[in-house]
Design a binder for this molecule. Structure first.
Ligand SMILES: Cc1cc2nc3c(=O)[nH]c(=O)nc-3n(C[C@H](O)[C@H](O)[C@H](O)COP(=O)(O)O)c2cc1C
Length: 151
């Protein structure tokens, strides 16, 4: 069976540090194309660090409508499952594998946290059935450029 992935390579930038406050730190990557071939949404996928280590992730692509309305800067944010550490400055490869849901504007941080917990559970399940070794070659591409890659 072939599956399609969106793949992005990008360098981790400093965010607002709110992710840490919420209890769900994210690696933020700027997207080159603000309209983009990939729509806003939440995804299950994999993240590869410069050394080759691959970690399961719950990934958000969008403008963080809860905090910035519709006018926010569009970016990719990856929350790595079962990981604590510093990723700033690292160039990561991100595979977006399974679209989980659309971006929502939540009325409270608690509601966002509940949604994040569900996303993480869904990402854990999806990555367990789509192991890192089965991912397609990411190819090269510009930093922050979203590409479609068939597996
Ligand atoms: C898996 C995942 C799903 C997310 N879903 C939403 C969402 O539906 N709505 C939203 O406003 N922000 C969403 N976010 C973004 C959070 O608002 C953001 O991570 C948080 O504000 C921290 O931002 P910071 O890294 O700039 O500090 C999501 C983030 C992740 C990792």
């Amino acid at each position: 069976m072939t599956s399609e992935y969106f793949v992005v390579r990008g360098t981790v930038e400093h965010g607002d540090e709110r992710g840490r406050e919420l209890g769900f730190p994210t690696a933020n990557i700027a997207l080159r194309d603000q309209s983009g071939s990939v729509g806003d949404g939440v995804w299950a996928g994999w993240v590869q660090r410069p050394g080759g280590e691959r970690l399961p992730a719950a990934i958000s692509v969008g403008r963080r409508p809860t905090y910035y309305g519709a006018d926010g800067y569009r970016l990719l944010e990856a929350h790595l499952l079962d990981f604590t550490g510093d990723l700033y400055g690292e160039t990561l490869v991100v595979w977006l594998g399974s679209h989980l849901r659309e971006q929502q504007k939540y009325t409270s941080a608690e509601d966002l946290i509940t949604a994040l917990k569900n996303d993480i559970a869904a990402a854990a399940q999806w990555t367990a059935s789509h192991p890192a070794a089965s991912l397609p070659e990411p190819g090269e591409g510009e930093l922050g450029e979203v590409r479609r890659v068939a597996g």
